[in-house]
Design a protein around this ligand. Structure first.
Ligand SMILES: [Zn+2]
Ligand SMILES: [Zn+2]
Length: 259
C-alpha cells in the first residue's frame, strides 16, 4: 500500500534488526522500500539486501557529505547500476550545510552522477541542502531532466521552497517528503506539500534518521513511512488510500517498474 522511497536499512543499527524491520513494514502495509547507497565500500551490502528480498530495491551512488571516500567515475556507476534491482543513481547532490569551504569536488561528483544517469537511463536521487541554486543550475547544465534528454528522478527529503519544487517538477522530477513534514515546526514545508499535486509526490523515511511524529527522536524505520502518508492525506484533506495509491503509482512510474 505504501512504499518507502528512500531508506538506509543497510546501516548497522537497522541491519542488525532486519527481521523486526521487515515485520514492521508488513504490519504497516509498506510493500516496498528503496535502500539508497551512500558510498562505494557499502554498496555490496546494499546490493545484497536487494538480491535477498524481492520487495527491497537499491541504488548506487556516493553521498555529497562523504568526503574521504573513493570517488566514483561515470563508467563505474554505469557498470554497478547494471542490475535489475538497481533502479536509481544516488544519492547524489549538494550539501552546503554539513560541509563548508571549497566544495568544487562535491559539484564535480554531482555532475558525474548526472552523466551516469543519462547514460544508463536510471533516475537520480538528489539530496540538496542549503544549495538549491547550484543544485538546479547543475541539473540544467548537465541535462538531468526529461526536458533535456535525461531521465529526471526525485528530490529526496525535500525541505526547500515551493519555487525550487516547481523548478524541479518542470524538469520532470518528483518531490519526496520525509518525516520532517510531520513536525510541528515545519509550517513552510507543509505549505509546500499542500500546494504540490499528489501526482508529483513520493514519500520516504530516510531511516534510520528523521522519524516522523509520533516517533520523533527515536530510530526511524521503513514501516514508519505510513505516518508520512497519513499526515499528507490529512494535510490535503483526501483519503489516506488515495495518497497510498498515488504515491505508489508514482514510484513505479518513476523507476520504470511493473506494479
Ligand atoms: Zn539525503
Ligand atoms: Zn539518505
Amino acid at each position: 500500500m505504501f512504499i518507502d522511497s528512500h531508506c538506509h536499512i543497510n546501516f548497522p543499527e537497522l541491519a542488525a534488526r532486519m527481521p523486526e524491520v521487515l515485520a514492521q513494514m508488513a504490519h504497516n502495509k509498506v510493500t516496498h522500500a528503496l535502500c539508497v547507497s551512500v558510498d562505494l565500500p557499502d554498496f555490496p551490502q546494499v546490493l545484497a539486501l536487494a538480491h535477498q528480498y524481492p520487495h527491497i530495491y537499491a541504488s548506487v551512488g556516493v553521498h555529497p557529505d562523504y568526503e574521504d571516500t573513493p570517488e566514483p567515475s561515470v563508467e563505474q556507476l554505469v557498470e554497478l547500476a547494471n542490475d535489475p534491482k538497481i533502479i536509481a543513481i544516488g544519492e547524489t547532490g549538494l550539501d552546503y550545510f554539513r560541509l563548508q569551504g571549497d566544495l568544487e569536488w562535491q559539484r564535480e561528483r554531482f555532475r558525474t552522477h548526472i552523466r551516469a544517469s543519462r547514460q544508463c537511463r536510471k533516475p537520480l536521487i538528489i539530496h540538496t541542502r542549503s544549495a538549491s541554486v547550484d543544485t538546479l543550475r547543475i541539473m540544467r547544465e548537465e541535462g538531468a531532466g526529461t526536458d533535456a534528454g535525461g531521465v529526471a528522478g526525485v528530490m529526496h527529503c525535500f525541505t526547500e521552497s515551493l519555487e525550487v519544487a516547481r523548478a524541479a517538477i518542470e524538469m520532470g522530477f518528483y518531490i519526496s517528503f520525509s518525516g520532517i513534514v510531520t513536525f510541528k515546526s515545519a509550517k513552510e514545508l507543509q505549505a509546500v506539500a499542500l500546494e504540490l499535486p499528489l501526482e508529483r509526490i513520493l514519500i520516504e523515511t530516510d531511516a534510520p534518521y528523521l522519524a516522523p511524529v509520533p516517533y520523533r527522536g527515536k530510530m526511524n524505520e521503513p514501516g514508519f513511512v505510513a505516518h508520512v502518508g497519513e499526515y499528507i492525506a490529512k494535510l490535503k484533506g483526501v483519503p489516506v488510500e488515495q495518497v497510498a495509491q498515488q504515491t505508489t503509482a508514482n514510484f513505479f512510474q518513476l523507476f520504470q517498474l511493473q506494479a
